[in-house]
Design a protein. Structure first.
Length: 158
């Protein structure tokens, strides 16, 4: 009986190790995650009195900040510094000069990857910044992506 329980425990630990290794080592495909959030040239009208807003959505969050006085490249340069200052976060695609940047942030314990893309566009009333944060695995992120977007926008001044 003890031997059977020991074998089951070892089997479960081995299975968890394989799953953890897959989550941590699975490559990130920038083409899958680095995509425009808001089409250039389209008109975006925020809600009245809502220059900054974050929405929770299935598998992540979406947010925006409008009326920024700095040019798009400068806004993304500042956001890039904020993002790269977040633990376990690195840029996987884009640049402030390109007008769009994508980062991956991994959870502390399991290393689950969450992808955040920011796109800045020039508009009549100033720069519009759009963000989308989404997870790679599962369907519930327990508000982690929404919290990250709120923190980044707050640090940016929103």
């Amino acid at each position: 009986m003890k031997t059977a329980l020991l074998l089951i425990a070892v089997g479960l630990l081995a299975f968890m190790a394989v799953v953890m290794a897959y989550v941590r080592l699975a490559p990130s495909d920038p083409a899958r995650w680095h995509r425009p959030i808001h089409p250039a040239g389209s008109v975006f009208t925020p809600g009245v009195g809502e220059p900054t807003r974050v929405f929770k959505k299935e598998g992540g969050a979406w947010g925006y900040m409008v009326g920024l006085s700095e040019p798009p490249e400068t806004v993304l340069e500042r956001l890039d510094l904020i993002a790269l200052g977040t633990p376990r976060t690195r840029r996987i695609a884009g640049s402030p000069e390109e007008g769009m940047v994508t980062w991956v942030t991994r959870s502390a314990l399991w290393g689950f990857p969450d992808y955040t893309t920011a796109q800045a566009l020039s508009a009549r009333d100033g720069t519009q910044l759009f963000l989308e944060a989404r997870q790679r695995f599962g369907s519930e992120d327990f508000g982690v992506n929404e919290a990250r977007l709120r923190a980044w926008l707050a640090a940016l001044g929103g």
